[in-house]
Ligand binder design. Structure first.
Ligand code: COA
Length: 331
C-alpha cells in the first residue's frame, strides 16, 4: 500500500488582531493573568463580513501553490471544523464550490481540537487504499463569535481564536517516507467538559430566546479538568505511537502539539523529556484556534525550513470529547 506524504501546506488568519489589553477593556482580566496562565499575548478574531470558508480558501490556495498542484488535481476534501459557517452542509462543500474543485467528494469532521489529526487519518486511509490520490485536508475554526466577552466568559474568551490551516497529501513511491502511523482515542464520558450545548436539533425549536439569554450558545469548559486530562493523554498517545512504530523520543525532530495552552505544551514536553528545539509552539501569537492550531503551526515550520527530508515529525492533539491522538510522519 502506498504511503501518503504532505505535498504542500498553507494557512490564513483574520486580519484583526486582538491583544490581551483589548480583552481587558470588556472584562475583568489583565495581560499579566492571561500571559502567565496561558502564554497567549494576542489572537486573531474575524471582523464583521469575514467567514471561515474565506479563511480556508486562502489557506488552500497557499497549499496548492506550495504543492505545485492545480484545483483539478485534487480528488477529495476532508475538512475539520466544529464551527461551520452554517448548520449544514459543512464548510467543505462551500470551499469545493468557491475554489472550483469540480464535483469531488467533500467530507466534514466535527472533532474540535483533535479535528485536524482525525481528518488527516481519514485522508491518509483513502490514499493508502488508492481510493483517492491527492487530498486537501483542512483545519478551520471561528471561535470568536461564540465567546462571551464579558467577565462571565473570561475563562474561555481569552483562550480561543480563529484561523485555518491546510495540507495536501498524496501517495509516494519513496521507501520509508510519509505518514507512518496514527494513534486515536476518545472518551465520551467527558463530552460536556468542553462543548457548545446549542443551537441543537435535540431542542424544539433548535434555538430559543431562553438558550440565548442563558448563554448556552457560548463555548463552555471545565478548564481544570481539561488541563488535567490533556497533560496525561498527549504524552500517553505519543508514547503509544512511538512504541508501535519502534521509534524513540530521541529520534523526534519536531513535535507539534495542539496549541491549547502554553502550560499544557510545556507539561507535555516535560513528561516526554524533550528538548526545547524538539517542540514547536506559537500560541503566543494565535491563541487556541482549535482544529486549526496544528496545520497553522505545521505551515509555519515548513515555510521556516524547520523540516528536512528524513526528519521525524509528530503531531499530537487533545480536546473536546474528550478526543485525542497523534500521528508520526517521516518527512
Ligand atoms: N482573567 C482573570 N481571572 C480569571 C480569568 C481571566 N481571564 N479566568 C478565570 N479567572 C479567575 C477565576 O474566576 C478564578 O477566580 P476565583 O479564584 O476568584 O474564583 C481564578 O481566576 C482561578 O480560576 P481557574 O479557572 O481555577 O484558573 P486556572 O488556573 O485553572 O486557569 C485556565 C484557567 C482556563 C487558563 C486553565 O484551566 C486552562 O488552561 N485549562 C485548559 C484549557 C484548555 O486548554 N482548553 C482547550 C483545550 S483544547
Amino acid at each position: 500500500m502506498p504511503r501518503s506524504v504532505i505535498l504542500g501546506t498553507g494557512r490564513a488568519v483574520p486580519s484583526r488582531v486582538v491583544t490581551n489589553a483589548d480583552l481587558a477593556e470588556s472584562m475583568d482580566t489583565s495581560d499579566e493573568w492571561i500571559l502567565e496562565r496561558t502564554g497567549i499575548r494576542q489572537r486573531h478574531w474575524v471582523a464583521e463580513g469575514e467567514n471561515g470558508v474565506d479563511l480556508s480558501k486562502t489557506a488552500s490556495r497557499a497549499a496548492l501553490e506550495a504543492s505545485g498542484l492545480q484545483p483539478s488535481d485534487i480528488d477529495a476534501i476532508v475538512y475539520a471544523s466544529s464551527t461551520p459557517d452554517h448548520f449544514f452542509p459543512g464548510n467543505s462543500l462551500f470551499l469545493q464550490h468557491e475554489i472550483g474543485f469540480g464535483t469531488i467528494p467533500a467530507f466534514n469532521v466535527v472533532n474540535a481540537c483533535s479535528g485536524f489529526v482525525y481528518a488527516l487519518s481519514v485522508a491518509d486511509a483513502f490514499v493508502q487504499t488508492g481510493r483517492y490520490r491527492n487530498i486537501l485536508v483542512i483545519g478551520q475554526e471561528i471561535q470568536s463569535t461564540r465567546m462571551d466577552v464579558t467577565t462571565r466568559g473570561r475563562g474561555t474568551a481569552v483562550l480561543f481564536a480563529d484561523g485555518a490551516g491546510a495540507a495536501i497529501i498524496g501517495p509516494t513511491e519513496e521507501e520509508g517516507r510519509g505518514v507512518l502511523a496514527f494513534d486515536l482515542h476518545g472518551d465520551g464520558a467527558h463530552a460536556e467538559k468542553l462543548w457548545v450545548d446549542g443551537p441543537g436539533a435535540k431542542y424544539h425549536p433548535p434555538v430559543s430566546i431562553e438558550q440565548l439569554e442563558e448563554g448556552r450558545y457560548f463555548l463552555q469548559m471545565d478548564g481544570r479538568d481539561v488541563f488535567r486530562h490533556a497533560i496525561v493523554r498527549m504524552p500517553e498517545t505519543v508514547e503509544t505511537l512511538l512504541s508501535e512504530t519502534g521509534l524513540t523520543k530521541e529520534q523526534i525532530t519536531l513535535l507539534i502539539p495542539h496549541q491549547a495552552n502554553l502550560r499544557i505544551s510545556e507539561a507535555v514536553q516535560k513528561r516526554l523529556g524533550l528538548r526545547d528545539d524538539q517542540v514547536y509552539n506559537n500560541i503566543e501569537r494565535y491563541g487556541n484556534t482549535t482544529a486549526a492550531t496544528i496545520p497553522i503551526a505545521l505551515d509555519e515550520c515548513v515555510r521556516a525550513g524547520r523540516l528536512r527530508r528524513g526528519d521525524l515529525l509528530i503531531l499530537t492533539a487533545f480536546g473536546s470529547g474528550f478526543q485525542w491522538g497523534s500521528c508520526a510522519i517521516r518527512w
